[in-house]
Design a protein around this ligand. Structure first.
Ligand SMILES: Cc1ncc(COP(=O)(O)O)c(C=O)c1O
Length: 357
């Protein structure tokens, strides 16, 4: 049993004030609630990764700063290995970015946004500034430029494509905001967690900037959410500062073996991304004549379903064995559920459930 710390506890008020991360697992056949890749890592690659893992002596520490894996990622991304930082999931990088440039300073992002940016900002004591998304979910360019001028630099998150809306912005809008933030000294994060599904790639803005970085993950397109690996690409100076905040030996041999194996076989990832994109379109087409519900366009492996009554729609999907996430309490997302693209037979069940709403 857990109990709240007493008033005399040294636990900081900012931590007490934040509720625990809001997620309750639901046990149903179709798990479309966490933006995961619906396919497991291929069995033959699991075998290869396991052989690699077994070849390592387990009594020895892994690389201090994951140098072997950083080099493998650098080769895949055509990047300087000294500009790669890897941690157990990009959520950990978000914490580290907040430690780098958020604590006592400002974290600027959109409303709504990816919850981890705001949770870390609040827990670590950053001033949180939110600019409301435009009604079409596009980046509020002018409001962001004003906020960049109104506050001392900290961390800016530009999520491309955006979560939780799935919207992809015009590259010229992203460029304007990123260049303005960089010029003012903001640590400018382009979170590209879902970039494979959008066909976008903002490495050129990172190369051109001083304070710009791209945040990427193995949890989505690569289908390795359970292994926990995320990384960022930036210049070697900024990577060096970030690396100081990464705990030593944080990437273990298991992660190293799996990710090295995955990077040698990117074709499996590309095939799955292509299927998800085609399935996303199929769900969109198959539900487009619905009289009251709308699948909103998306550039990711999930989409928003806008309904007249989110609670009723959520319960209806559950009764069809489908788990999704309610987003209807978020600004501008009234009536919305967030649903991941699944395997074709899961999407068949989803289409039938939506069309019987
Ligand atoms: C926008 C965005 N960034 C980062 C992450 C974190 O990914 P991970 O910690 O699994 O690498 C997610 C996960 O859902 C996400 O949606």
């Amino acid at each position: 049993m857990t109990s709240a710390p007493t008033q005399r506890s040294g636990v900081r008020q900012a931590v007490r004030d934040i509720p625990a991360y809001p997620f309750t697992p639901v046990n149903v056949p179709y798990k479309l609630d966490q933006n995961e890749n619906p396919y497991d890592f291929p069995a033959e690659l699991k075998q290869k990764a396991a052989e690699r893992l077994l070849a390592h002596p387990w009594n020895r520490y892994p690389d201090l700063h994951a140098d072997t894996l950083r080099s493998a990622i650098a080769r895949f991304e055509d990047w300087d290995a000294a500009g790669v930082v890897i941690t157990p999931g990009s959520n950990v990088l978000i914490k580290i970015l907040t430690e780098l440039a958020g604590i006592g300073q400002t974290v600027l992002t959109t409303d709504p946004t990816f919850a981890v940016y705001t949770l870390e900002a609040q827990m670590l004591g950053a001033k949180l500034v939110l600019t409301p998304l435009n009604p079409d979910f596009s980046l509020p360019v002018e409001a962001t430029l004003e906020a960049l001028d109104a506050h001392e630099p900290g961390v800016l998150y530009v999520t491309q494509p955006h979560a939780p809306t799935g919207h992809s912005d015009r590259p010229e809008d992203v460029r304007r905001v990123v260049e303005a933030a960089d010029a003012r000294g903001w640590v400018t994060v382009i979170d590209e967690a879902y970039y494979q599904y959008a066909g976008t790639d903002y490495r050129d803005l990172v190369r051109a900037g001083q304070n710009v970085l791209s945040l990427r993950t193995f949890s989505k397109g690569w289908g390795l959410a359970g292994v926990r690996a995320g990384y960022l690409l930036t210049n070697t100076a900024l990577a060096g500062e970030l690396q100081k905040l990464v705990s030593a030996f944080t990437i273990n041999f298991l992660t190293q073996a799996v990710i090295e194996t995955a990077l040698e076989h990117p074709e499996y990832m590309r095939g799955r991304v292509a299927e998800a994109v085609a399935e996303r379109q199929r769900i969109f087409e198959a539900t487009r004549n619905h009289p009251t519900c709308q699948v909103l366009p998306s550039s990711t492996n999930f989409f928003l379903l806008k309904t007249p009554d989110a609670d009723a729609a959520y319960q209806h999907l559950l009764s069809h064995g489908i788990a999704c996430r309610r987003q209807d309490k978020l600004r501008g997302l009234e009536g919305c559920l967030r649903i991941s693209v699944g395997k074709p037979h899961e999407n068949d069940a989803l289409i039938a459930a939506i069309n019987s709403l």
